[in-house]
Design a binder for this molecule. Sequence first.
Ligand code: AHM
Ligand code: MG
Length: 335
Amino acid sequence: MSKIVTIERFIFDYQPDYARGEFTNLLYDIALAAKVIAHKTNRAGLTDILGRAGATNIQGEQQQKLDVFADDIIFRICDHTGRLCAMASEERDEFMPIPEQYKKGSYVLVYDPLDGSSNIDVNVSIGTIFGVYRCVDWDLRGRIEDVLQPGRKLVAAGYVLFGSSTMLVYTTGQGVNGFTLDPELGEFLLSHENMRLPDPPAYYSVNHAYYERWSPGVKRYLHWLQGSEEREGKPLSSRYIGSLVADFHRNLLRGGVFCYPAENNKPEGKIRLLYEAGPLAFLAEQAGGYASNGRSPILDIEPTDLHQRTPLFVGNRSLVYQVEKFLQDEDEADS
Ligand code: AHM
Ligand code: MG
């Protein structure tokens, strides 16, 4: 008979050697925040939470009430625990050192509190993305250097998907595991052990509306994904939700690649390096996949700005390598 494993039990049993309670408890805190956000998200249509809050965030996008709620709840669950030295959120202009009145810890939390916010009002899946780093200098209080670290230095990353059920999927560098929330018990239960990107992959995900804005190498890659150039394996089908977490999750379960390429007048694309691309790149590598900006690994990019964006190609290794090849051909043709 299969075992019932709660997320608490799993986090405890599989904590890395260096985890001395602080790291383990930080993961519990994130799971708690996920439950609170799930509770609120599930009631979104029933309360006055829908609609725009009126504020505009640093990305120039209108915030919606649920984004603000999710951002606030993560901050309030994590700011006073003594496990963090700083946090940074996609919804906040500045990074957030832990306030002086609280003990400072050894870790840094970066998060996108509610990704895919344009889907909230239309009852389509949304998600939270998070990444955890060690702070750079234990003796100092949180500084911007603690937050601006490359993905290669992540010690944990994950996401929470608020879909037909709520799932928390995370890695601490020992593979990827997924937990489904039992709403009656209020517990995340292990449902997807040791997740690996299946091969052959099934899907590619991209917003085709932007086709005319892509470079010749990206256009060629899309044709390749569609089967117009020789490619081994089954033809891919196309799926695009417009919620990165949901698109990533589906591709993780079925195999595939998510693409948000550079555009002619938007060379950095749309996806944020710190809060979105970095954590998902770490998860992808831990599931046997790979993430690239089309020319180099996402995990190697040194961030210089909190809200830096990057083109993103993430999924099965063989699919992501191919875009790097086509963009290299493009660069050689240009030079
Ligand atoms: P958000 O963080 O403001 O919600 O934006 C990020 C979202 C991703 O979830 C998704 O992949 C992308 O934006 C969709 O963008 P587009 O509508 O341009 O395809
Ligand atoms: Mg986002």
